[in-house]
Ligand binder design. Structure first.
Ligand code: ADP
Ligand code: MG
Length: 342
């Protein structure tokens, strides 16, 4: 075959293979976009486990009419413009791929209105070249992204979708994780028209506990040890279940790095080491932990779905987490506290 540039839709579908695994991945990308847009309220409507409809509505900054077409194009982002930006990412998104990828494997409609624009506009990308059609619409300030018939044109992916219940379970879990990353944002989840979760915004510790209980259960909140420590520009805070409240599944382990949810080997290893042999043989720790550090100290551009990070000073980060949690657990047993770093 001769060498050819791929048509836009096909190129986007190939990129979608990396980030759009199932309906829950769409929800993650779109809710992260809403958070990056400064939304304080995000509504997620799902029909048929996301196979039929995923609709995310936010009250964030919106996208101007002139930028709607770009927003749907691949490699188009308002979040980075230089290598320096990439080295200190503060936003959740930065690859400029989510909207283009998702719209290449579904029927996506983007409707948006910045507060200063009188009229909302609606955009969708059509055909193999994904030419964008625009039309006026009615919408309050903010953005709605509607994704219908996910994978209708990629049968291989569609076959991998599980039952409505399973797919909705994954969506629910993604939103739980995100709900714990932004206590100050209202989030609502509905399935087939029925409200399923309502995470209310709040800055007070009592409101934090309420949301924590909504996600992790009241038993976790009642038993969890709170910690908050800083050392050499690193801050670690959160909640840790004592060994007596160990679980038989590793199902209550939430870790965040600079507000981004993570499944990180280094973090998990440090936590496991802190529990040490305090955990029962088949037991798993339960924790919600937030690591905050200078964005220059961590590389988030490791994996397209951004589940992993790389720390420049991995050893330092690991030891800090170990120290803080080890001390938290030791204090629980009434042992004299050991100062971090000693
Ligand atoms: P990325 O998030 O990596 O920049 P996306 O494809 O997810 O790439 O989004 C492309 C661009 O569209 C974003 O950079 C942003 O400017 C705009 N955008 C997407 N979703 C929203 C939203 N909900 N509110 C405001 N702007 C948005
Ligand atoms: Mg994005």
């Amino acid at each position: 075959m001769p060498i050819r540039i791929l048509p836009a839709r096909l190129a986007n579908q190939i990129a979608a293979g990396e980030v759009v695994e199932r309906p829950a991945s769409v929800v993650k990308e779109l809710v992260e976009n809403s958070l990056d847009a400064g939304a304080t309220r995000i509504e997620v409507d799902i029909e048929k486990g996301g196979a039929k409809l995923i609709r995310i509505r936010d009250n964030g900054g919106g996208i101007g009419k002139d930028e709607l077409t770009l927003a749907l194009s691949r490699h188009a982002t308002s979040k980075v413009s230089s290598l320096e930006d990439l080295e200190a990412i503060l936003s959740l998104g930065f690859r400029g791929e989510a909207l283009a990828s998702i719209s290449s494997v579904s029927r996506l409609v983007l409707t948006s209105r910045p507060a200063e624009q009188e009229q909302a506009w609606q955009a969708m990308a059509e055909g193999r070249d994904m030419a964008v059609q625009l039309q006026p619409a009615s919408h309050p300030p903010g953005t709605t992204v509607e994704v219908r018939d996910l994978f209708f044109n990629t049968p291989a992916r569609r076959r991998f979708m599980r039952t409505e219940k399973t797919e909705f379970g994954h969506i629910d879990e993604v939103l739980r994780r995100i709900a714990l990353s932004r206590f100050e944002v209202d989030m609502i989840l509905r399935h087939n028209g029925k409200p399923v979760r309502q995470y209310r915004a709040g800055r007070l510790p009592s409101q934090h506990d309420k949301r924590l209980a909504a996600v992790c259960g009241p038993a976790f909140v009642a038993s969890a040890l709170k910690f908050d420590s800083e050392h050499h520009g690193l801050r670690l805070w959160g909640w840790l279940a004592p060994p007596s409240a160990a679980r038989n599944q590793p199902d209550l382990q939430y870790t965040y790095v600079n507000g981004r949810m993570m499944r990180d080997k280094l973090l998990n290893h440090a936590v496991r080491q802190a529990y040490g042999d305090r955990l029962p043989a088949e037991g798993h720790g339960a924790f919600v932990l937030y690591l905050e550090l200078d964005a220059h100290e961590v590389d988030v551009n490791v994996h397209p779905a951004k589940h992993e990070v790389r720390f420049h000073q991995a050893r330092l980060v690991h030891d800090f987490i170990y120290q803080v949690l080890h001390q938290t657990l030791a204090e629980e047993h009434g042992a004299p506290p050991v100062a971090a770093g000693e």
